[in-house]
Design a binder for this molecule. Structure first.
Ligand SMILES: Cc1cc2nc3c(=O)[nH]c(=O)nc-3n(C[C@H](O)[C@H](O)[C@H](O)COP(=O)(O)OP(=O)(O)OC[C@H]3O[C@@H](n4cnc5c(N)ncnc54)[C@H](O)[C@@H]3O)c2cc1C
Length: 274
């Protein structure tokens, strides 16, 4: 509900609407996003009917600014659909990120893991159906609210999910990021692509000033200031062209200047500058 005009109209309410051109709207919306004057973005709402595995739903519901209604496993029989990762998604635990996957494994292992997931999923599905007495004429079976406890979190659920645009952009920023689990990234990216044509100016501003921007801590800004001030001089003195990145590493190790940053912060700064 709503579009770029709704955002611009809301922002202009304080001094009267008048006639405005598309370029006025663009400048205004970009100004709002750039300066985090985000309440006019709340005038637009996005609503989705989602079908998603329970483990993705668990991440989705962490976004508290959404309004949602979910399929009830107490009232209704849970769906027969289960998420099984495709071959390229089957990866080992990352060596660098405790919260993710990374690297490769032999195809034979992938097949074995895929088969194990498939077999266990099937057993759980059969157990659930047996418990609820699915297809049985002799007994009504166990209550659905109890029987469902044997189902895995790969089981698909459904929900209606609604959010205002400001919080939706925040959701996209967090969940389209490489650090988010691949499966919720996939959902967030598709959701974003669906919303983008409805609010092209606001989306462009979000991409320019938020999604693809970087922010610097006070210490990081100090490091960059130091690097920009001293790099030309050092480069000249050393007599050869070195990259800013390699110079940054030298600055990190330098003993005559400290920036009070942990190793992790230095790594993050390097990542930001890539
Ligand atoms: C990569 C990644 C890893 C994560 N890992 C974990 C994990 O290991 N364990 C875990 O528990 N969670 C984890 N989370 C979830 C994370 O901590 C947040 O709960 C989730 O991303 C929702 O973010 P949010 O609170 O900013 O969003 P929303 O809940 O949508 O809120 C949007 C904004 O509204 C404001 N807001 C909302 N509610 C309140 C409130 N009650 N008080 C004050 N301000 C409020 C805040 O400014 C907030 O940023 C992870 C998230 C990501 C993206």
């Amino acid at each position: 509900m709503g579009d770029d005009n709704s955002i611009a109209d809301a922002a202009r309410v304080s001094y009267g609407k008048g006639t405005r051109s598309a370029s006025d709207n663009r400048n205004l919306i970009r100004y709002l996003v750039r300066h985090k004057h985000t309440s006019p973005l709340e005038m637009v709402e996005v609503k989705f009917h989602l079908k998603l595995p329970i483990f993705v739903m668990r991440q989705l519901v962490r976004h508290r600014t959404a309004s949602l209604n979910e399929y009830s496993g107490r009232y209704s029989i849970m769906s027969d659909d289960f998420y099984e990762p495709s071959e390229e998604y089957i990866q080992p635990q990352s060596k660098f990120n405790n919260q993710g996957r990374g690297g490769e494994m032999p195809d034979t292992w992938k097949e074995k893991y895929a088969q194990t997931i498939n077999e266990i999923t099937y057993k759980c599905q059969v157990a659930y159906k047996n418990l609820i007495g699915y297809g049985s004429v002799s007994h009504g079976g166990l209550a659905r609210e109890l029987a469902r406890i044997v189902l895995p979190v790969s089981n698909y659920t459904e929900c209606y999910w609604k959010m205002d645009l400001h919080n939706f952009f925040h959701f996209c920023q967090l969940r389209m990021d490489d650090h988010a689990q691949q499966e919720i990234q996939d959902y967030a990216k598709v959701m974003y692509e669906m919303v983008k044509p409805e609010v092209p100016i606001a989306s462009e501003a979000f991409e320019d000033y938020s999604l693809n921007s970087i922010s610097l801590s006070r210490m990081e800004a100090n490091v960059l200031q130091y690097v920009f001030n001293t790099f030309p001089e050092k480069q000249h003195a050393s007599g050869f062209v070195q990259s800013i990145t390699s110079y940054l590493k030298k600055v990190q190790k330098a003993e005559d200047v400290t920036f009070d940053m942990s190793k992790r912060e230095w790594k993050e700064l390097e990542e930001k500058l890539k």
